[in-house]
Write a protein that binds this ligand. Structure first.
Ligand code: PLP
Length: 392
């Protein structure tokens, strides 16, 4: 492939040109989808194209992996079948009884997965409050950890973690640090710049951005033994993404730098609008001055505070359900990060193990006209209340 130098090109140029690769066969400036599962050896027994079998690697992954590695400032990337496949691979390569530290508030499915691993005795799991740096330091001194997982902002309640401070503590005890960067994307925050060792993505979300791909990714700062173990893990468990999904992801990432600030600007307007509604109990959005870690979000996030706005409606689950059913533009659906906006009653999706309040509504803000989105919310407030929805 003819590659243009990715440094010092800006992230938007890297993304728009997908690193400027040109497909070698016909000179296509957009890659084909390589559907072959198997690749021919030459007479010496080698694979001239460095690909053997699609369970380990497929040429359709290469450009998307190179682009994401470059956008995150990492040295390599691997795509996976889903965000969960990427995340769980990390814990599969840990030694038996490894000590894993996670924040108390994080994406529920990964927390539940880890709790199950801990219950089976496969790992030891500790949970720390996202603002308790002192507690983290004490824990590290008493019982050094092997791996620390962070997620900032957290899905769905938008807690912010001080990435540099937490990473420094973990590194003092020799732990690896992995950051789930799904909500921020590299446009807003690049955790590797703060010393984190690996970044994980649910690429099903804003990286792809069109709601038509399920994929995950890991990006590493260094290609060390841990990374080699992860490569082995992906290849032998076959936790790979399909060539078509990888192609769609590459196409989606080409416009990431436009979609992220656009949805973040709308999300901030919507968060401010919600804060002024008498039917709203609280709004959780790192861009709001009322957010407890707003000062930290301002330091760690550029070009906005993300596309997820969560709010608690006065009343309970019944009122929240009713409110969502009155929305027309926001689709009542469970994923996030797509061009079209979605709203969901989060506790319903998370089920019985959820630690989320039953009246919490999570909005994923897309790239529609923000006026239209606010109008949709206004209409739902109006229909949900016999009183007029006046400002506080
Ligand atoms: N991490 C976060 C923050 C998520 O929101 C999700 C999914 O919603 C995941 C990880 C898991 O990703 P996937 O659904 O692609 O498996």
């Amino acid at each position: 492939m003819n590659e243009i130098k990715s440094e010092p090109l800006s992230l938007s140029t890297q993304a728009a040109q997908a690193l400027g690769w040109v497909e070698p066969g016909f000179g296509g400036i957009v890659p084909p989808i390589y559907m072959a599962s198997s690749y021919e050896r030459d007479e010496t027994g080698r694979y001239p194209g460095n690909h053997s079998y699609t369970r380990d690697q497929n040429p359709s992954f290469d450009q998307a992996e190179a682009l994401l590695a470059s956008m995150e400032g990492g040295s390599a990337c691997m795509l996976f079948a889903s965000g969960m496949a990427a995340a769980t691979s990390i814990f599969e390569v840990l030694a038996p009884s490894a000590h894993v530290v996670i924040p108390k508030k994080m994406y529920f499915a990964i927390r539940m997965w880890l709790q199950r691993l801990a219950a089976k005795g496969r790992i030891r799991l500790s949970q720390v409050d996202h603002h308790d740096l002192e507690g983290l330091t004490q824990l590290m001194e008493i019982d050094p950890f092997d791996l620390m997982w962070i997620e900032t902002p957290a899905n769905p309640s938008s807690e912010i973690i001080d990435i540099r401070a937490w990473t420094e503590v973990a590194h003092q005890g020799g732990a690896k640090v992995v950051a789930d960067n799904t909500l921020a994307t590299p446009v807003l925050t690049r955790p590797l710049d703060y010393g984190v060792d690996l970044v994980m993505h649910s690429a099903s979300k804003q990286l792809n951005g069109h709601g038509d791909v399920v994929a995950g990714a890991l990006v590493t700062a260094k290609q060390d033994k841990f990374w080699e173990d992860l490569q082995f893990e992906r290849g032998y468990r076959g936790a790979i993404v399909s060539p078509t999904a990888s192609w769609l992801l590459l196409r989606g990432m080409r416009t990431l730098h436009l979609r992220v600030p656009a949805s973040a600007a709308s999300a901030l307007r919507i968060a401010n609008f919600l804060e002024a509604q008498s039917m709203v109990e609280s709004v959780l959005y790192p861009g709001l001055e009322s957010h407890p870690e707003h000062y930290l979000a301002k330091q760690q996030m550029q070009e906005g505070f993300g596309y997820v706005v969560t709010f608690a409606l006065r009343g309970g689950e019944k009122e929240a359900r009713h409110f969502i059913s009155n929305l027309k533009l926001f689709k009542n659906a469970s994923s996030l990060g797509s061009v079209e906006s979605q709203a969901e009653l989060r506790a319903l999706t998370e089920g019985e193990a959820s630690i989320i309040k039953s009246n919490l509504i999570r909005l994923s803000v897309g790239i529609e006209s923000c006026d239209d989105l606010i109008h949709d919310l206004e209409r739902a407030f109006f229909s949900s209340s016999d009183r007029c929805h006046g400002s506080k």
